[in-house]
Ligand binder design. Structure first.
Ligand code: ADP
Ligand code: MG
Length: 352
């Protein structure tokens, strides 16, 4: 008689499943940093300190002063598919206001690293809690003295998935990804004090009391900050298309770099990249930029929620619009009029 022993097909154990899933959520240290910083912002933090060692391969520490977690919260937070951010499908349909909501980051990161979380709820009496989660198991939960808020430490990412660890690039490359991620959140949240430290050296620190210009100054330095001009287009300023507004800062054409890393673009507050947006920006600068040179750009686009889907995949930074051509024209027009207003473009023939 047929029984379950007559087949080679079997269910994988939970630890294996989590480890495989981790590869989808966490590609490299920068993706873990992104998840932790998003959690801190979702927790309403006023300050977020990011510390990494060896490009994040040895240590990632994100400390916030957000709302914090109780012991029960901590135990729940590292379980599979646990989130405090949505209840179910209805919430997804009506649009998600938080950055996270899939409830898998801590669980999956903890399955491929040694994860330590120390947390104390805001305005709570008494000690906080330290939870250690190692390779997918909670190995200790203890009371600990700690400030209000949450500190998450990831040590030795991918220690138990050697193939993936081997795939990591040099410290410098991994750190450049971390830097780009933290920079993007710092620029989008000038009201949060964001600090980034690498191998004991402070890379930047925003005050959390400034506007976008102040954040750009803190992150990129004086030379770049003084070369930025405002973009502020909405309504009739824009050609027809899905974008309701385009605003932010763009650099003088002569302040440029040979990397796209400095094109920080956001759709409805989320850091994303989109070909149409990049092409619109580059179109506005036209021949003012040499080949393969890119300006410094921090640009916020607002679109009605149904014209774009940015929630498809946790790693997804790339978005597509229903009407890419219109988006390209709108971004081009917004940036071009800002550059023209500041006399930064040689006149060019009007396009049809
Ligand atoms: P998600 O962010 O999708 O909900 P995570 O695995 O990233 O899933 O986090 C699980 C839960 O742990 C969150 O929903 C939140 O309740 C809690 N949490 C995680 N990080 C923090 C933090 N820094 N401060 C407060 N709560 C946190
Ligand atoms: Mg999260």
């Amino acid at each position: 008689t047929p029984s379950q022993h007559d087949t080679d097909i079997h269910q994988l154990d939970e630890a294996t499943v989590a480890r495989i899933a981790a590869g989808e959520v966490v590609e490299r240290p920068a993706s873990a940093v992104k998840e932790l910083v998003e959690n801190s912002l979702d927790a309403d933090a006023d300050s977020v300190d990011v510390t990494v060692e060896a490009g994040g391969t040895e240590l990632i520490r994100v400390a916030d002063d957000g709302r914090g977690m109780s012991e029960a919260d901590l135990r729940a937070a590292v379980r599979e598919h646990t989130t405090s951010k949505i209840e179910g499908l209805e919430d997804l349909e009506s649009g998600v206001a938080t950055l996270g909501f899939r409830g898998e980051a801590l669980h999956t990161i903890g399955s491929v690293s040694r994860l330590t979380i120390r947390s104390r709820p805001r305005e709570s009496e008494g000690a906080g809690t330290e939870l250690v989660y190692e390779g997918g198991d909670v190995t200790s939960v203890e009371p600990t003295g700690c400030p209000e808020g949450t500190t998450v430490e990831i040590e030795e990412l991918f220690y138990n998935t050697p193939a993936r660890r081997k795939f990591l690039k040099t410290t410098a490359t991994e750190f450049s990804h971390v830097n780009r991620v933290v920079t993007r959140y710092a620029l989008a949240n000038p009201d949060v004090a964001v600090t980034l430290t690498h191998d004991g050296r402070e890379v930047f620190s925003t005050t959390g009391q400034g506007d976008l210009q102040a954040a750009v100054l803190a992150v990129y330095g004086r030379e770049v900050a003084s070369a930025m001009i405002p973009v502020d287009a909405d309504g009739d300023d824009l050609p027809p298309g899905p974008l309701e507004s385009v605003s932010g800062l763009v650099s003088h054409p002569e302040t440029n770099r040979s990397s796209r890393d400095y094109l920080a673009t956001y759709v409805n507050g989320r850091a994303v990249t989109a070909d149409a947006v990049r092409e619109g920006i580059m179109g506005a600068y036209g021949t003012q930029l040499g080949g393969d040179r890119y300006p410094f750009v921090t640009l916020f686009l607002e679109v009605p929620g149904d014209a774009v889907d940015v929630n498809v995949h946790p790693r997804k930074r790339e978005v597509r619009f229903d009407d890419d051509d219109a988006v390209r024209r709108q971004v081009d027009a917004a940036v071009e009029s800002a550059l023209l207003e500041h006399g930064l473009l040689r006149s060019r023939a009007p396009r049809g």
